[in-house]
Write a protein that binds this ligand. Structure first.
Ligand code: SPV
Ligand code: MG
Length: 294
C-alpha cells in the first residue's frame, strides 16, 4: 500500500487537475472524499475559525497538526497541511516537517509572509520575508523530510502584498530553484487576470497551485487548460457550514420548532453512515457470531 505522500506525489506527476477541498475537521474531510475530491487542504483559516480565533498564527503548530491528523484519519485522501509561514524560522520549519511527516500528512505548504502571519484576505498591510529568508525555509523543509515522496509547496504572496508580477515571478522561480515541489500563487483580485498573467509567464517545470476563492469565475477545465496542476477550494466548506448552522438556529428560534428545517438538514442516518456505524454493526455480527454466544 502506498503512503499518502506517494499518492499525492503521484497525483502531481499524473495528467489532470488535482481537485483539493479545504477542510476544517474530520467530517468536512470525509465529505470531500465522498464527493470526488483528490486531496484535502487542512486550512489554517478553517482550523482557526472553528475555534473562533483569527487566522493570524494564534493557534500553535501542535493545534494545527492535531486538526490535520483528525482530517487525515477521517478519510483516505492525502492531506496538504496549510502550515502558514512555518511557525517561525528554519529550525521551526525543520521540526514542523519532522512532526507532520511522522504523523502521516502527505505534504505541507508554507507561505512567504512573516510570523505571525495574517490571513491573505485581511485588509491590513501584508509583510513578506525576504526571498533569501524564504528560500532557506524551503531548503530546511526539503532537508528535514525523510521520504522522497513528502511534498513541500511554496506559496508566493507577492500579488497579495501588491508587489507586482515581476516580484511574484522572481520569488516563484527562486523558491522552485530552492527545491519546492510546487508553487502556490495566491491572489485576492475579483478576476483571474493576474493569476492568468502569472501562469502564462511561468516557464519552469515546477507545477502551479491556485486558490480561486476571490476569483470564482474560472472553471476547473479552464484552470487545467491554462496548465494549473492543483486548485484548492479552500474555504467553501467552512462558509457553507457557517451559513447552514446559522440559518438552522435562526429558524428554530423564530419558528419555535424544527419542522420548517427538517427537510433541509441531514438525517441522523446520514450521520451514522459517516461515523461508520454500519461497519461497526457488521463487525459485531461477524466477531460475536464467531466467538460469543448471543
Ligand atoms: C487557508 O485556507 O487558510 C488559506 C487560504 O491559506 S486563504 O484563506 O485564502 O489565505
Ligand atoms: Mg491559510
Amino acid at each position: 500500500m502506498s503512503s499518502k505522500s506517494e499518492m499525492l506525489r503521484k497525483a502531481f506527476n499524473s495528467p489532470g487537475l488535482i481537485k483539493v477541498a479545504g477542510a476544517h475537521d474530520g467530517l468536512s474531510a470525509k465529505l470531500a472524499e465522498e464527493n470526488g475530491f483528490d486531496a484535502i487542504w487542512a486550512s489554517g483559516l478553517g482550523i482557526s475559525a472553528v475555534q473562533t480565533v483569527p487566522d493570524a498564527s494564534i493557534l500553535t503548530m501542535t493545534e494545527f497538526l492535531d486538526a490535520a491528523v483528525i482530517m487525515n484519519e477521517s478519510c483516505n485522501l492525502p492531506v496538504i497541511a496549510d502550515c502558514d509561514s512555518g511557525y517561525g524560522n528554519i529550525h521551526n520549519v525543520t521540526r514542523m516537517v519532522n512532526k507532520y511527516e511522522a504523523a502521516g500528512i502527505a505534504g505541507v505548504c508554507i507561505e512567504d509572509k512573516v510570523y505571525p502571519k495574517l490571513n491573505s484576505f485581511d485588509d491590513r498591510k501584508q509583510i513578506l520575508v525576504s526571498t533569501e529568508e524564504f528560500c532557506a525555509k524551503i531548503r530546511a523543509a526539503k532537508l528535514a523530510q525523510k521520504s522522497e515522496a513528502f511534498v513541500v509547496i511554496a506559496r508566493v504572496e507577492a500579488l497579495i502584498a501588491k508587489l507586482g508580477q515581476e516580484e511574484a515571478y522572481a520569488r516563484g522561480k527562486a523558491y522552485a530553484q530552492a527545491g519546492a515541489d510546487a508553487i502556490l500563487i495566491h491572489s485576492k483580485e475579483k478576476t483571474p487576470d493576474e493569476i492568468i498573467e502569472f501562469i502564462q509567464q511561468w516557464d519552469l517545470d515546477t507545477p502551479i497551485v491556485v486558490v480561486p476563492t476571490k476569483y470564482p469565475n474560472i472553471s476547473m477545465n479552464e484552470l487545467e487548460e491554462l496548465g494549473v496542476k492543483a486548485s484548492i477550494y479552500a474555504n467553501q466548506a467552512l462558509r457553507a457550514t457557517y451559513r447552514a448552522i446559522d440559518d438552522t438556529f435562526k429558524s428554530i428560534i423564530s419558528n419555535q420548532s424544527t419542522v420548517p428545517i427538517e427537510e433541509n438538514i441531514s438525517t441522523v442516518d446520514d450521520i451514522f453512515r459517516i461515523q461508520s456505524v454500519p461497519e461497526m454493526k457488521q463487525l459485531e455480527n461477524t466477531i460475536y457470531k464467531e466467538y460469543v454466544k448471543q
